[in-house]
Ligand binder design. Sequence first.
Ligand code: UDP
Length: 356
Amino acid sequence: MRVLTVIGNRPQFIKAAAVSGPLRAVADEVLVHTGQHYDDALSQVFFDELGLPRPDHRLDLGGGSNTAQTARMLEALEPLLAREHPALVLVYGDTNSTLAGALAGAQARIPVAHVEAGMRSYDRSMPEELNRVLTDHASDLLLCSSQAPAEILRGEGVGGEIEVVGDVMVDVAQLLGPRAAARTETLARFGLTAGAYVLATAHRAGNVDDPVRLARLVALLAAVPYPVILPLHPRTAARLDAAGLRARLEQSGAVLAPPLGPLDFTALLHSARAVLTDSGGVQKEAYLAGVPCVTLRAETEWTETVDAGWNVTADLDADAALAALERRPPAERPPLYGDGRAGERVAAAIARRMGV
Ligand code: UDP
């Protein structure tokens, strides 16, 4: 059985790292990298540190608007699917590569499996939300991180088969956690003391593309009364430079770092006092690492982390974010996202679906 996996950006490299091994035990995997993230700091380092196999096809289709990028991917994937003739197309998460893979597969009448299905922010202004909804409704096998997204999919009446497999990021966190904990040089490199700093990430279009929102984000980060380290996504770096706001952040004492590889990032996460982020994956990783999270968005798809008391959505309200940073985390941290064997379950669900 041949499975064609479409990935293209940082969070997808991480998720695919949990699945690729178990999948290759039951299928021939053809790995396609769309090139949505092409920067080495956002791409190659993840393949190297996570042991992800080399892509069989690199499409180099980064850049441009969401619509143009998705269109270019669709155009490139159609002949590739015809040539490779896979029994199933596998996609992850909520990016343009996810939607392009799912739609190209569905148009070619090839079954599509979606990992991290059923996530919803109910904010259609987020490009990711459109990608999620459309991908789920084009997919035949909807593999969910927990019961909540499975319920959402049932409520939406999707046509595909729904299965809760757990979250593949738990698998990766269990793998990276001990390796990252041993990496004490990362904190030293940035002059940070364990438990005394805040790790921040921001790159959502809704926070960095609008200059007014970007200025609010900078003011919020500058007001944090602890050392802040901010590994800068290239999009955020470009927007800060265009708005002339980089100096403001530097003057506040924030450490501006390049995008980090997964081991360095996980090392900083594990020793942080708290996390400030608009990332989806980082909210979940903070929960898994037992680090309180303040989410720089008005809503989140990862509602269980909020219900468990480990995550607070503050949007870009500095007072709310600073108050949330002072909260003590709850004593309990239930295993919301499975046992770290989601990758095996994804592979098993695909094999079952294909009758292998
Ligand atoms: N990440 C990383 N280095 C960084 C920032 C993030 O390795 O400098 C990782 C992080 O651990 C997480 C993933 O990238 O697993 C999150 O990706 P991102 O925030 O780009 O996407 P999202 O999860 O919001 O889709």
